[in-house]
Ligand binder design. Structure first.
Ligand code: SAM
Ligand code: DTB
Ligand code: SF4
Length: 328
């Protein structure tokens, strides 16, 4: 297999075996290649900060095996909540902005968007977040063309809708909707002129080929999704995947690196599961091409990395301030 001069080309014709070949390279070679591709397209010192908020929690009719918000997993400890009041959401968005967030992402545990007062409230939230000068992202499940257009008109920057896993492994994880439906929603979002935020989860018992097959589908999307969250499973009590072992940091980093090579121009977000990585493991992921994190104490329902630790981490990516020291 040849890499060489082709490294860094934006392609929509990757083969799964090529991606597996990259994924399984010697680790340092893989990270080196990914870093070279990263530097062709991105400022190597810039890390985007996105804050997450669950605006409607729990009671979801879908049966996603990883998700603590599914109503199918009755043993989860979550309390269901109604859609939040837009005024509270916007106060939290402002707080996130003042703490340094660039993007505010709002998630609802819905199978699909329904027209009515709740969707009107989400539109108000999107407008409000944009008025705060932040990028706005929502993840609301499936939606139709009119709804996508309303979100676009409100100024929505991106819509998050993950493939989650490969088409081959999909039915082991979700049975209440199809992989095809996922792709159709992505198409609807794109057609409305909204950016795609689309990635997946690793560490759910899938094979390396599954991970690469998911990346192949992402890279078939033309143009590529603007941002790609790579989540490591956060095993949650009461879900069928509660006892799955958490992923090895080097495996997580391999996935980041291969994502960077296959999707050179996209923002790659080191997403859920980051709190299991130490500072140096996260820096290794940035070197391998991750250039965005979820910033804030909470993801949707689970704990994120500590905010002060994140400030220190981001400070560590910046040039050292010159300090005169006296050595006696
Ligand atoms: N209901 C909407 C949907 O599924 O599109 C939006 C919310 S859903 C919680 C957003 C994404 O969070 C999922 O697609 C999945 O990739 C990720 N996610 C959910 N639970 C997770 C977990 N326990 N570990 C890692 N990622 C998770
Ligand atoms: C994404 O890919 N990861 C985020 C965001 N998109 C919505 C969600 C992660 C959720 C982790 C489990 C939880 O906190 O409930
Ligand atoms: Fe519902 Fe989304 Fe969780 Fe699936 S991932 S159960 S669709 S909230």
């Amino acid at each position: 297999m040849q890499y060489g001069t082709e490294d860094g080309a934006i392609r929509t014709n990757w083969r799964v075996d090529e991606i597996v070949g990259l994924h399984n390279l010697a680790f340092l070679e893989l990270v080196g290649k990914a870093n070279a591709v990263h530097r062709q397209y991105h400022d190597p010192n810039a890390i985007q900060r996105a804050s997450l908020l669950s605006i409607k929690t729990g009671g979801c009719p879908e049966d996603c095996a990883y998700c603590p918000q599914s109503a199918h997993h009755r043993e989860t400890e979550l309390t269901r909540e109604k859609l939040m009041d837009p005024r509270i959401v916007l106060a939290l968005a402002k707080k996130a902005r003042d703490a340094g967030s660039d993007r505010f992402c709002m998630g609802a545990a819905w199978r699909q968007v329904r027209d009515g007062a709740e969707f009107d409230a989400v539109i108000e939230m999107v407008r409000g977040v944009r008025d705060l000068g932040m990028e706005a992202c929502v993840t609301l499940g499936m939606l139709n063309e009119t709804q996508a257009r309303r979100l676009a008109d409100a100024g929505l920057t991106a819509y998050n809708h993950n493939l989650d896993t490969s088409p081959e492994y999909y039915s082991k994880i979700i049975t209440t909707r199809s992989f095809e439906e996922r792709l159709e929603t992505l198409e609807i979002v794109r057609s409305a002129g909204v950016e795609l935020c689309c990635g997946g989860i690793i560490g759910m018992g899938e094979s390396i080929t599954d991970r690469c097959s998911m990346l192949k589908v992402l890279s078939d999307i033309d143009p590529h999704p603007e941002s790609v969250p790579i989540n490591a499973l956060v095993p949650s009590r009461g879900t069928p995947l509660a006892n799955v072992e958490i992923i090895d940091p080097i495996e997580f980093c391999r996935m980041i690196a291969v994502t960077r090579i296959v999707l050179p121009g996209s923002t790659v977000r080191l997403s859920a599961g980051r709190s299991n990585l130490n500072r140096e493991q996260q820096l290794l992921c940035f070197l391998a091409g991750a250039n965005s994190i979820f910033f804030g104490d909470k993801l949707l329902t689970t704990r994120n990395a500590d905010m002060q630790d994140d400030m220190d981490l981001l400070a560590a990516t910046q040039p050292l301030e010159y300090q005169e020291t006296t050595v006696l």
